[in-house]
Design a protein around this ligand. Structure first.
Ligand code: AMP
Length: 400
């Protein structure tokens, strides 16, 4: 059992390692005038048809996936596919590969020799960089760049290709965690969980073939507008709860729910996109301190055992942050104060929040994990039901 002292030290370390990794709170950011990215929006309409599908399917092999929904004829379809602009490749994969990273050896090399064609559960076809037309850069992660790509073979799917430099994973001691993250994500199929279609590696890098999240990072949108409307927040929380029910049903606890780990699909739907901290929960009880302090539940900051109900708590924190623009227990002056506020469940609401939203948040942010509102009840909560798009009732909170 971790002592309070050791937990506090770990929390302090979290603050140091986390500093600078997160943009200033949304509330402190001036609201820029929102400019519509017209070309991307038009592409999004086409991508609705031609991005690789992500549904409740058992296959993980892109080559086994059904072809994209047909347009008027096959000829028309290939014309349309050819017309989707994946943007201009900047040569970044090659230039970066010359400058960055080195081959790894030994046990780490074995851990990181990740190839979905060798998967025991769902082997895919063999993939390599030559399998794709590379388009525009989508972003830079800690361990490498992400590009918009299209498979060269038909059906031509649009994907996000993420590179991870093996030597940097090793230097950060996350090779085992990365392997676990990939193994977990590979087996998940849910409309609100970013799909991992395949992966391969070369001497220096691992490549992840990810579902393309056409509207990018949710955190950026939140920063841009400061906070979301109740309707928008409720719809995201509906989708999150649905995805978490699915994850917990597979004995996966996410443990790191926060806006930075969420992406938006081409229709603005939410996608859980990062599994760095998730664990398979064999006995449903773990005792590791991890995650971001603002989203940690009392049992984790107090170093107690925890289970999947940590994600219920984080869902409450997320609901609050969506609507208020900052997490409920944040104290930018002191980590220890945040810790104390979490342990006391020192929850305050601005007057702008509706009674129904307050009710849901308060029922999720319960000190005792057993008292937290079950996720199936989140889907039935009046605030969620009120904002769910008509016709979505049958699935009790299915995708929007
Ligand atoms: P990451 O390494 O996951 O932090 O990704 C770096 C950046 O690439 C992110 O901030 C996103 O803007 C972008 N990105 C990552 N994954 C995707 C994806 N699946 N679809 C679209 N953009 C992505």
């Amino acid at each position: 059992m971790a002592t309070i002292g050791s937990v506090t030290r770990q929390i302090a370390a979290l603050e140091i390692s986390g500093s600078g990794s997160r943009a200033p709170p949304a509330s402190s950011i001036a609201r820029p005038i929102h400019t519509k990215q017209s070309s991307q929006d038009n592409v999004a309409k086409l991508l609705t048809k031609f991005a690789a599908p992500n549904q409740h399917q058992s296959q993980s092999n892109l080559s086994k996936l059904p072809p994209p929904p047909p347009s008027r004829s096959d000829t028309a379809r290939s014309d349309t596919q050819a017309s989707i602009d994946i943007g201009r490749y900047d040569g970044g994969l090659e230039t970066e590969n010359e400058k960055r990273g080195e081959a790894v050896s030994g046990e780490a090399a074995e851990d990181l020799a990740l190839d979905s064609s060798m998967s025991r559960t769902y082997p895919t076809q063999e993939w390599s960089l030559h399998s794709f037309d590379i388009g525009r850069p989508l972003g830079k992660g800690k361990f490498g760049r992400v590009y918009m790509v299209r498979t060269k073979t038909t059906p031509k799917y649009i994907l996000a290709l993420k590179t991870l430099y093996k030597s940097e994973l090793v230097a950060n001691k996350v090779e085992k965690q990365t392997r676990r993250e990939i193994e977990i994500q590979q087996n998940l199929r849910h409309p609100h969980i970013l799909r991992l279609y395949g992966f391969f590696h070369d001497e220096k890098r691992i490549f992840l073939m990810l579902e393309f999240a056409g509207k990018g990072e949710l955190y950026k949108q939140l920063s841009k507008v400061g906070s979301f409307s109740e309707k928008r927040s409720a719809r995201y929380i509906d989708q999150m709860a649905d995805a978490l029910i699915y994850l917990h049903g597979k004995h996966v606890i996410h443990r790191d729910i926060k806006p930075e780990n969420l992406l938006l699909g081409i229709n603005g739907e939410l996608k859980i996109g990062d599994f760095g901290w998730s664990v398979h929960a064999p006995g449903l009880r773990r005792m590791t301190l991890c995650g971001t302090l603002d989203y940690l539940p009392p049992e984790m900051v107090e170093g107690k055992e925890h289970n999947e109900k940590v994600d219920y708590w984080a869902l409450g924190v997320l609901t609050y942050e969506f609507m208020i623009g900052a997490p409920p227990f944040e104290d930018r002056g002191s980590v220890n104060n945040t810790y104390r506020r979490i342990a006391r469940v020192d929850l305050k609401f601005p007057s702008t929040i509706s009674a129904e939203a307050k009710d849901l948040i308060s029922k999720l942010l319960q000190y005792d994990p057993r008292q937290r509102l079950p996720l199936t009840d989140v889907l039935r909560h009046p605030w969620i039901v009120k904002y769910r798009p008509k016709g979505n009732n049958a699935r009790e909170g299915g995708s929007v």
